[in-house]
Write a protein that binds this ligand. Structure first.
Ligand SMILES: O=c1[nH]c(=O)c2nc[nH]c2[nH]1
Ligand SMILES: [Zn+2]
Length: 435
């Protein structure tokens, strides 16, 4: 079935941090043609309309922007009722709020309801792919994948592995974590659009035996990504050093167990030692920048410039990190990223920000041939954006002359209100209510 979406099409064919504006593809009156969920063509409407059968359904979104569906590289679906928990930093936030809430996911009905809310909310915010932490309960991952499969969304997720450092009701064991993860991989990895991510929470909540088991899973299932947290908070780093006295570096712990490679996603990376930059660079792992979480929990400032140091360049992904993070919106997340970099005398161009949450995250997740771009053969996930979504945005937009200025307005003032519609594999999955 062929369908088309008409609007101002914008996507990236390469990285604007390297290629500048030449990385951007932009069609003022553009058409995105999707056949059976896959992009057949993207370009000028005047050219492409001639090639389509007369009766092709066309969703006309002019004058709005149409960009690839946003990708969130790190988010916790069980934390929708943890967001905005007051007055804590990482370790007491985990203990007082997060570990309490995550225990509710022993109930499969609760997990299913939370997964429905969560996916609705992602789509309302224009996010069509996310790398998702579930809870320790295998049923939480089961509920999430089942709901994502029902919607046809390209999602990556995994059950947490955690066998210490949390209430007993949230603990698995090295053996059961291995067994349950393996069973979930066999059931879900590569089934339709679902992908499994091996998910040891972090060094504080896994024994050495469990990290060894996670490393074994990564070796046995090289197609799976690995996600974990590292170097977010100074007290966390001290506690990790006390638990792992033989390892001089936090990153070296994960490395020792085979958890540091090009398919590893390392949440936060805020207080890395110089040697850790070298090690993470050498292994090709990805540092995941979660700006609203880092400011909300008072954890620290992600040093993007240092990640780009030519002596040890580190790959970067960007993410909301709900529920340490405060917004589901990747637009708002990139607005906060700009401020975090600005505070350090660095800049983040509008092109770099839009690239990061689309093609950039796709590259970081190894999915650049599938999502994050409108190149032919990519899956037809798209978001339609209104840069005059609020009276304040509409007033500001009157002064705007260039596409870069418009993109910057969207990341500075935009959020879910700017999302007019979200398409999953060419099908309408969310439409903003009429004002
Ligand atoms: O921001 C965070 N959220 C979490 O759930 C978590 N677990 C370990 N470290 C963490 N950091
Ligand atoms: Zn997290």
């Amino acid at each position: 079935m062929i369908k088309a979406i008409r609007g101002r099409l914008l996507w990236y064919a390469s990285d604007p941090e390297q290629d500048g504006a030449a990385a951007r593809r932009y069609h003022e009156d553009g058409l995105l043609v999707v056949a059976d969920g896959v992009i057949r063509a993207a370009g000028d409407a005047a050219d492409l309309l001639r090639t389509l059968p007369q009766d092709t359904p066309i969703a006309d979104h002019r004058p709005h922007l149409v960009v690839p569906g946003f990708i969130d590289a790190h988010i916790h679906y069980p934390q929708t009722q943890v967001v905005a928990s007051y007055g804590a930093t990482l370790l007491d936030w985990l203990e007082r709020y997060t570990f309490v809430e995550e225990q509710r996911f022993a109930d499969a009905g609760h997990a299913a309801e939370a997964a429905r809310f969560f996916l609705d909310e992602l789509l309302r915010n224009g996010t069509t792919t996310a790398c998702v932490y579930c809870t320790v309960h295998p049923g939480s991952a089961e509920a999430f994948f089942a709901e994502s499969e029902r919607r046809g969304t390209r999602m990556l997720a995994g059950k947490l592995m955690m066998d210490r450092g949390a209430p007993p009701a949230l603990l698995d064991t090295a053996e059961s974590g291995y067994r349950d993860t393996r069973a979930l991989i066999e059931r879900w990895h590569g089934r339709g659009r679902q992908l499994y991510v091996i998910s040891p929470r972090f060094a504080l909540t896994s024994s050495e035996a469990q990290l060894e088991a996670a490393g074994r899973l990564a070796r046995e299932h090289p197609g799976c990504l690995v996600q974990t947290h590292i170097s977010e908070n100074l007290r966390e780093i001290e506690a990790v050093a006390a638990l792992y006295p033989a390892d001089r570096l936090y990153a070296a712990i994960y490395d020792r167990f085979g958890l540091l490679g090009p398919r590893s996603l390392l949440g936060h990376c805020l207080h890395l030692a110089e040697e850790e930059f070298g090690l993470i660079h050498a292994r090709g792992a990805v540092a995941v920048f979660c700006p609203t979480s880092n400011t909300f929990l008072g954890s620290g400032l992600f040093d993007w410039g240092r990640m780009r140091d030519p002596r040890h360049p580190i790959r970067i992904a960007v993410a909301t990190d709900i529920g340490g993070g405060t917004s589901y919106s990747m637009l708002a997340t990139m607005g906060e990223a700009y401020k975090v970099l600005h505070l350090q005398g660095q800049s983040l161009s509008p092109d770099a920000a839009f690239h990061a949450m689309t093609r950039g995250n796709a590259v970081a997740l190894g999915l650049e041939d599938l999502v994050g771009s409108f190149g032919p053969g990519h899956e037809g996930d798209a978001v339609v954006l209104d840069s005059a979504a609020t009276p304040a945005m509409a007033r500001r937009r009157v002064r705007i002359r260039t596409i870069e200025e418009e993109l910057f307005l969207l990341t500075t003032m935009g959020d879910d209100r700017s999302v007019v519609a979200t398409y999953v594999a060419g099908e309408l999955a969310h439409r903003r209510a009429a004002p």
